[in-house]
Design a protein around this ligand. Structure first.
Ligand SMILES: Nc1ncnc2c1ncn2[C@@H]1O[C@H](COP(=O)(O)OP(=O)(O)OP(=O)(O)O)[C@@H](O)[C@H]1O
Length: 583
């Protein structure tokens, strides 16, 4: 049966017994033997000498035959000598007899190419395996890449499981099936180098079309570089995602800021002294100019900044506020300029700074006088160059931001003290706007009071539509150290305690303990005493009347007099004052 099959082969083939006796030779083999001279009954293993192998052929062939298989790549037989590729396979017959089937494939048939040399020149790792994963050939690249000594090619690698870190019997058996059915397979895995380190590889196994005993060629591509690039890309992608999340967060903050700005947009003022300020706002809004807004606390500096932004061509871009007094000095820098991941302990993510968030729009640096000196230098550079580098960053970022700064401090005095840089002051105060305190624009008190009554009516669900004249008298006589914010706060408090549609003087509590001194400051009658310090009604009246008299500058009757504030007839008040010992 096997002899029929061998006879049909176009290549020399013979069958020898385990004792080397020639049992069968097909036609091409017989022709070869004819060339070799007198035929011997026994086959001479000399013929199967691999030219590349220096060991004793007989011993080697015998060893291999005992192992069940012998492959020799470089055999020369005939006259003139021809190159053959030999594969000898042990076959056991039904009668348990052992013999060897030897097929010689002419190298010519294999395109006259010495594959081993060729394969040694390719950059991929090439191996030959059988269906069970046993390795019979490795090219030089495998030795090099896996760190084995080329001069000692006796590898510990005999099976694919010896180098494939992820080898798994079940997976290999699936692959085996694919290969048996003549399909190539591809997979990613890691090869283990001799020193134990791992090398990521992309593997493809293809059935060997010249293989008689079902061998396969495995090529593996070292993808360490690709992996590194992939990892970098993945990292970059994560960063992009994180940045986009950061931008979304910032965006929400911005929208919030813009909404808040929207509420405060209306600037209420009728006082002639404030009209100058409104004109200046309109003049400067449409320019690029840096603006410095000065004025006491609560005079509406932030409101002015919001109006300048709203009237500028940047109105649809963000207005970002940084309150330098609300941030710890060591945080201001990272808030303004942002930081890169790892810039300092705890910088686990990238963070964009407010300057970058304000790109295209306006940044409002409130309480600029509180900025630490070192940061003033950095800010000056940003104002000059319009670029900055985030903490831990390497590349400068260019921004188009209009700067509006505000302060309630006297910056010239700060320059004298050495706590504010003069050059920064000059840079900032290109266009100064001074916001006068409320006491210098008394005509605004009434309109502002109504403005806030409407605001808090809506917010507190009240319906105050009237104000006792005495309220106006009281407010007109007050110095408002906290300016418009104080008026706003006291209106809110008054609406909370008021009842009905009229705001009464009894609803108003002036916070005279706060801020700069006025004639009325430190008056105990205006802050509610603790339980232990409760006054008699008479003492309370004495203190309260003297407080109102201080407010009115001693005026008792007529418009703005104490009697009208207290809602009493002037004569009755005089009588009460006499009784209480007040002059
Ligand atoms: N002319 C005005 N019309 C209406 N509301 C005003 C006016 N001026 C100030 N306000 C309101 O008064 C409050 C304080 O104003 P703002 O915060 O702008 O003052 P500021 O000068 O920036 O204060 P600070 O120096 O304390 O930061 C805000 O609620 C603001 O809306």
């Amino acid at each position: 049966m096997i002899s029929d099959w061998l006879e049909a082969l176009p290549f020399p083939a013979l069958v020898i017994g385990s004792d080397h006796r020639v049992l069968f030779a097909n036609g091409p083999m017989n022709s070869l033997f004819d060339e070799l001279g007198p035929r011997n009954e026994y086959f001479d293993p000399q013929y199967f000498l691999d030219r590349a192998d220096e060991r004793q052929p007989t011993q080697k062939v015998n060893n291999y035959l005992q192992g069940g298989e012998y492959v020799a790549k470089n055999i020369q037989i005939g006259y003139p000598p021809r190159n053959f590729f030999l594969r000898a396979t042990r076959v056991i017959s039904e009668g348990e007899k052992e013999y060897f089937c030897c097929v010689l494939t002419p190298q010519k048939f294999l395109d006259d190419v010495d594959y081993s040399e060729l394969l040694d020149t390719v950059t991929s790792l090439v191996m030959q395996l059988d269906i069970n994963g046993s390795i019979s050939y490795l090219n030089e690249r495998v030795f090099e890449k896996l760190g084995y000594d080329l001069s000692q090619p006796e590898l510990a690698v005999r099976h694919i499981r010896d180098i494939d870190r992820n080898y798994d019997e079940a997976a290999w058996s699936e692959r085996r099936q694919e290969l048996r059915e003549g399909r190539g397979i591809n997979y990613f895995t890691q090869f283990v180098r001799r020193d134990g380190s791992l090398m990521p590889v992309e593997v493809s196994v293809i059935p060997d079309r010249f293989s008689i005993s079902g061998r396969f060629t495995l090529t593996a591509q070292d993808i360490t570089e690709q992996k590194a690039v992939e990892d970098r890309l993945r990292e970059a992608l994560l960063q992009v995602k994180e940045l986009s999340r950061e931008y979304q967060r910032e965006n929400r903050q911005l929208k919030q800021t813009i909404r808040q700005q929207g509420h405060a947009k209306e600037i209420v003022s009728v006082d002639p002294s404030y009209q100058k300020v409104l004109r200046k706002i309109e003049q400067v809004a449409s320019t690029q100019t840096t603006v410095l807004i000065t004025g006491e606390t609560g005079t509406g500096k932030e409101l002015v900044a919001g109006r300048i932004h709203a009237l500028s061509y940047r109105a649809d871009k963000p207005l970002i506020t940084v309150d330098c007094s609300a941030l710890p000095p060591e945080l201001i820098e990272s808030e303004l300029f942002g930081y890169r991941k790892g810039a300092f302990t705890g910088a686990n993510d990238h963070k964009i700074g407010r300057f970058q968030a304000a790109d295209g729009g306006t940044i409002f640096l409130d309480e600029i006088g509180e900025m630490p000196l070192g940061l003033q230098t950095r800010l000056l550079r940003v104002l000059q160059e319009r670029t900055f580098t985030p903490l831990g960053g390497t590349r400068p970022i260019q921004v188009d931001v209009r700067v509006i700064a505000a302060t309630n401090r006297d910056l010239r005095a700060e320059i004298e003290k050495g706590t504010f840089r003069q050059d920064l002051f000059f840079r900032l105060s290109v266009f100064p706007i001074h916001n006068p305190p409320l006491r210098e624009r008394p005509a605004d008190i009434g309109p502002l009071l109504w403005h806030f009554i409407q605001k808090f009516n809506a917010r507190l669900n009240r319906r105050v539509t009237k104000v006792e004249p005495a309220v106006m008298d009281l407010l007109n006589g007050y110095r408002f150290p906290g300016n418009i914010r104080e008026l706003e706060n006291l209106t809110e408090r008054a609406l909370i305690v008021s009842s009905g549609d009229t705001l009464r003087v009894a609803d108003i509590r002036l916070d005279v303990g706060a801020g700069e001194a006025t004639a009325t400051s430190h008056h105990p009658a205006l802050s509610l005493p603790k339980a232990d310090d409760l006054l008699t009604l008479e003492e309370h009246q004495r203190q309260y009347i003297s407080y109102v008299l201080e407010l009115t500058g001693g005026k008792v009757s007529g418009k703005g007099g104490a009697a009208s504030i207290l809602g009493m007839n002037a004569q009755t008040l005089f009588g009460r004052m006499r009784k209480l010992g007040l002059r």
